[in-house]
Ligand binder design. Structure first.
Ligand code: GLN
Length: 487
């Protein structure tokens, strides 16, 4: 890989690198603050919302879940109506507006801000990645290396966002920190807009619809969106009091799971596919379930593990205490350090025909994640707010998480592109992000359990569930490999 990285890449790659870096700076900076702000006391110089942990966890799950779920309509809007370039630009503006809403000390504007960021990210995130692909001719060998460079941009943002935003937010003012996230997004947008010339025709709308047909389609789509938004708002007002946010999060999780299941059953039984295609779809479904479990553990970084960093971790260096959210940067730092190592490892193994199969990599990813939870559960065993655990427990845990992410996440997407029946490729890619959405939703709800449970048994149970899933995945991997046509 390192050789491929050294090759010359289209100049537009660096435009998209910095756009995504600033977007992730704002996303991860804000996410690292989110649960800390929601659970902080309403008194004092830097008041929070003082929500109970179950409610804050549900909001975290609903928000981060929606961020990924809205990538589905976001991708559609770009394909059919706007082209990726416009979707990224508009998405970025909506995200910035969201962060600035949260910069005001109003609870209503806080929720408006969350909704705007979820909407904007749905428009930006999937489309900035498709633009990277669009920079290269089909089958260009540099494309994979281009994505590795782009992934560095993601994690540079993920590293710097919490460092800057949590320093400001936890020490001085939450709302100033939310606006810092907004300024990051603005920098990304200005840079993006000024470099259009470098993008060639990447992300420009090209579909067969006439201007007129497109306008009609847009009217129907945005009209539909307005109706759904209004129904949700009215439903929310009517249901307020009758249903709690943790219940909402639970119902949304079950609903998405049922819809995903029905979708797969429909494709499998009534999709009109050949026997081999059906087998491959079953494999995608299996990997989808495993990915959901993986992200439900991994994405607790910003929820339960962030609370653990604040309340049960010794964050002092000499007489100085660093912000809890700084530990959120550890995963990105490790990705930046180890992604090239793993890239070369896969190539090295492939040259020796010893590259593990995709189902085996999924099992490994889950087992590594479970090992991470085992470590933190152990570290948490004797930790109390007055005698907190060393931060090294979390650092070792994030190391294991990162290796798990590097083993599982990049191969997931490419497996879907290989296994999906040709006429369902974009659909299946969309469905793939539903696994991330579900994982995030669950990650918030698990954090809610911290209310009644001590961290150590909670993290221990998570380790057990993820470890057991990993074991099943390991045992099933030879069969899954055969069904998938050995990919
Ligand atoms: N950290 C990566 C990103 O932000 C992957 C996150 C995920 O897929 N859950 O893009």
């Amino acid at each position: 890989m390192s050789q491929a990285v050294a090759e010359k890449h289209p100049r537009g790659l660096y435009t998209l690198f910095f756009t995504e870096m600033w977007e992730r700076f704002s996303y991860y900076g804000m996410r690292a603050l989110l649960i800390l702000y929601m659970t902080a006391a309403t008194t004092g110089a830097n008041p929070g919302l003082e929500l109970d942990v179950a409610t804050a966890g549900a909001i975290y799950g609903l928000y981060t879940g929606m961020v990924y779920l809205l990538g589905l309509p976001g991708g559609w809007v770009a394909d059919r109506l706007w082209g990726q370039r416009k979707a990224v630009f508009v998405g970025g503006c909506v995200i910035a507006a969201g962060h600035f809403s949260m910069a005001t000390p109003s609870t209503t504007m806080f929720f408006v801000g969350l909704a705007l960021i979820a909407l904007g990210t749905g428009l930006l995130k999937p489309n900035v990645s498709s633009m990277v692909a669009d920079l290269y001719p089909k089958k260009d060998a540099r494309r994979d290396a281009g994505f590795s460079i782009f992934y560095m941009g993601i994690n540079l943002g993920g590293l710097l966002g919490p460092l800057a935003c949590n320093w400001l937010g936890e020490n001085y003012d939450w709302h100033l920190a939310f606006s810092l996230a907004g300024f990051g997004m603005i920098l990304g947008l200005v840079q993006f807009r000024l470099s259009y010339g470098k993008l060639g025709d990447a992300g420009v709308l090209r579909n067969e619809l006439s201007e007129d047909a497109r306008r009609r389609l847009a009217k129907r789509f945005f009209g539909g969106c307005a109706v759904v938004a209004a129904a949700l708002a009215v439903g929310g007002v009517l249901a307020a009091g009758a249903i709690t946010l943790p219940q909402v999060a639970e119902n949304v999780t079950v609903a998405i799971l049922v819809i995903a299941l029905l979708y797969f059953l429909n494709v499998i039984f009534f999709g009109g596919h050949s026997k081999q295609e059906v087998k491959q779809v079953v494999v995608i479904f299996w990997l989808f379930l495993l990915a959901t479990v993986f992200w439900s553990g991994f994405e607790q970084a910003g929820s339960s593990l962030n609370l653990f960093a604040r309340d049960y971790t010794d964050r002092t260096i000499g007489s100085w205490t660093y912000p809890a959210g700084w530990l959120q940067s550890v995963n990105s730092l490790f990705i930046i350090i180890f992604a090239p190592v793993f890239g070369s490892l896969w190539v090295w193994l492939a040259n020796r025909k010893a590259n593990p199969s995709t189902p085996l990599k999924f099992a490994l990813g889950l087992l590594l994640l479970a090992a991470g939870y085992l470590v933190v559960s152990w570290g948490a065993a004797n930790a109390t707010p007055d005698a907190p655990a060393s931060a090294s427990w979390l650092v070792v845990m994030y190391f294991l998480f990162t290796v798990g992410e590097l083993v599982l996440s990049p191969v997931g997407l490419s497996a879907v592109t290989k296994l999906a029946p040709a006429n369902r490729l974009s659909q299946m890619m969309g469905v793939w992000f539903v696994a991330t959405a579900l994982g995030n939703l669950i990650a918030g709800q698990v954090a809610g359990r911290l209310e009644g449970l001590e961290p150590s048994p909670l993290f221990g149970s998570v380790a057990l569930i993820i470890g057991a899933t990993g074991l099943v995945a390991l045992l099933a991997s030879p069969f899954v490999k055969r069904w998938g046509g050995a990919s």
